[in-house]
Design a protein around this ligand. Sequence first.
Ligand code: DOR
Ligand code: ZN
Length: 344
Amino acid sequence: MTEELIITKPDDMHLHLREGETLKHVVMHTAKQFARAIVMPNLENPVTTVTMANRYCQEIKKHIGDSLFNPLMTLYFNDSLDSDELKKVRDSDNIIGIKLYPAGVTTNSKDGVSDFKNCLPIFKMMEEFDIPLLIHCEVSDKNVDIFDREKVFIDKYLINFHKYFPSLRIIFEHISTKEAAQFVLESGPTIAATITPQHLLLNRNDLFSGGIRPHHYCLPVLKRSAHQTAIVDAALSGSPKFFLGTDSAPHPKNQKESSCGCAGIYSALSAIELYAEVFYKNNAINLLENFSSKYGASFYNLPINSSKIKLVKKPLHIPESIQIGKDQIIPLFAGKTINWHLSS
Ligand code: DOR
Ligand code: ZN
């Protein structure tokens, strides 16, 4: 008999949808699997105000047809956030938090934070208003080795943020090191983390297997296999501090396969199946539902979704490439076959 798994419809707690033609094509990949997704604000012109976030949300909704998918919005952390704007965030139904990018750390982060001293009064207000702070936890200092940038951020900043603002809910996005997993596990209940499929399925050898693999390049960059193991252990730990966030980030094939290829892995096409693959291979498929559909919602004080999805154990072939308008995008695990299939 075919093995099946019926679980509460999951949420993607970290997603890049972009704009224009890309948005139009990619949003349904997410909407077919996920009830909700937290949409990142790092557009070319970043989403810095409540008005911009509402406008972007309307734009997304134009492309979801009659699907019940609900995009949850974020603002891009900036020095102009004052108490009036933060009260609007607190009172908004669809704006869920504020995403902080250290300046220069990743795609469209040039307008990010360059001096954390300026952030502290805003953190204080966010703590008072109970607004979640989502952080790309890496230093952007070019003198720090790229493989150490997450660990240095924890030691230099994150420990202090948590110490000075213990009630501020912080989401450590896309953890990639054993130090990150350990920090999250050992810190108070206001600290949680998202985990991507690529940091579960790949390590830095996959960036250089037989040649340079630009479609495996993301930030934080893949780390050595001991870190990958620590991330898998965190996802399978049953701790409610770790939950699903794909960080699916589409970039056109030609911009990834270039002399300076950009960071980002497109996983939205088969995201829940890729996570199922990890849990299944580790004999822990029964732990998938909490990780994908419950722990994130609880941390964000959202209701658990009432609808369900069915996953069937049968081979799923991931296409080599998908056409997005005039561009091609290479999905994670392109050309590979995995074991679980989302049933329509
Ligand atoms: O690999 C990444 N791509 N990491 C990020 O933090 C941003 C994302 C993007 O927007 O392309
Ligand atoms: Zn991201």
